[in-house]
Design a protein around this ligand. Structure first.
Ligand SMILES: [Zn+2]
Length: 385
């Protein structure tokens, strides 16, 4: 009996000690990261008159990209004095991210806020909790002669891109979402997600691209769907990057909309979020480099085109990343957990109309400001095909 009591006491002590270790281990998630040595590539930034209306809108999303993801990337690429391409965008603001029912948002509710101007419940895509459909930006714009494109390094049916064309009560119904893409006004959709599509059905009415080389050679006027992996795009030299896909989407939209009102393009660095969920620092930095290279290319496009507004933001931060200090020549960082946090995120803008994106704004205001800046209400109805 005494032996049994002693055994139970020992078990209790082991349990309490391990709890103490788990809850008071302040070193959990701490890592050292090397400083980078890259020199800043200073980009040419133009100023635009306050009252200029842009013809085209490009919205770039860094899924899970909080201010500390940017801080870490800046230090790990080139050190404290390095400037990301993102840093060179002249207008900045802060965005509040809460969903309809929670200070925590997922990518579905956040995507819906930008796409429709309404808050909804997490997991819902461009649909209110009472299952009422909300019109998306590409749907609204197609009535006024604009074409739209989406790019993602996740599946094209993943929450953020899907919010721009699908109406459904669960982001996880990706086969239905894939079917809704085929029926939508989206002119070009590039990313992963082959496993969710009936490829014969895609081929019937769309130009289907399945490899990176096809991205370079295609010259089609039809709707284009590019599916470069079964689900999210696994990084490899054979697979297109966010930059590769964004360049293609941009030139396809530019060529197709010569006689139209303009175009809208959404390009997402989707896997910055996945790196945050798995607290994988190298994965995060590699994804961020592609994201920032994409922004660099788009800044240069805006400077030359003079008619395009570029907006960059995030749906939320992922991982509770902290950049703590410098120690023995290293950057010391700490991951809190593998979840989204509720902190606000930044908005960066460049081009005609950028001035509207300063101060503190709600995520739904991104949608409203885009419509305001193109003077949507007063645009004539027209078709662009
Ligand atoms: Zn996430």
């Amino acid at each position: 009996m005494i032996a049994k009591k002693a055994f139970i006491s020992i078990l209790v002590i082991i349990f309490l000690t391990s709890c103490n270790f788990i809850f008071n281990n302040n070193n959990a998630g701490i890592e050292e990261v090397n400083f980078g040595t890259k020199k800043t590539d200073l980009l040419k930034i133009k100023s635009f008159p306050d009252n200029q209306t842009p013809r085209n809108i490009i919205l770039v999303i860094g899924d899970g990209t909080g201010i500390n993801q940017m801080t870490l990337a800046r230090l790990a690429i080139g050190g404290p004095d390095y400037r990301l391409s993102l840093d060179q965008m002249p207008v900045t603001g802060l965005m509040l991210i809460h969903s309809l029912n929670d200070i925590y948002t997922d990518s579905a509710a956040a995507g819906t806020a930008w796409a429709t101007g309404f808050k909804t419940k997490n997991r819902y895509l461009s649909m209110l909790p009472d299952k009422k459909n909300l019109k998306t930006l590409p749907e609204k714009l197609s009535e006024k002669g604009f074409m739209s494109g989406i790019v993602a390094t996740s599946s094209v049916t993943h929450a953020t891109p899907a919010a721009f064309y699908a109406h459904i009560d669960s982001r996880y119904k990706e086969i239905e979402i894939a079917n809704q893409l085929l029926e939508s006004p989206i002119k070009v959709a590039l990313g992963g997600g082959k496993e969710f599509f009936d490829l014969d059905k895609v081929n019937a009415e769309h130009t289907l691209l399945l490899s990176k080389t096809e991205l370079k050679s295609i010259n089609s006027k039809s709707k284009v769907i590019g599916l470069f992996d079964e689900d999210g795009i696994k990084r490899s030299p054979e697979k297109p990057t966010q930059l590769d896909m964004t360049k293609f989407a941009l030139s396809h939209l530019e060529q197709s909309t010569k006689n139209c009102s303009g175009f809208f393009l959404m390009s997402e660095g989707s896997q910055i979020d996945w790196a945050g969920h798995s607290n994988d620092t190298n994965y995060l930095i590699n994804e961020f480099i592609d994201f920032d290279n994409t922004i660099k290319d788009l800044i240069n496009f805006v400077t030359i085109d003079e008619n395009t507004l570029l907006i960059v933001t995030a749906d939320h931060e992922t991982g509770g990343l902290q950049v703590l200090k410098q120690e023995k020549g290293k950057i010391i960082i700490q991951w809190l957990n593998g979840k989204h946090t509720a902190q606000p995120v930044t908005v960066h803008a460049y081009g005609p109309g950028a001035n509207l994106f300063t101060g503190v704004m709600d995520n739904t205001e991104i949608h409203n400001k885009i419509l305001e800046i193109i003077n949507y209400k007063n645009l004539q109805k027209s078709k662009c095909s």
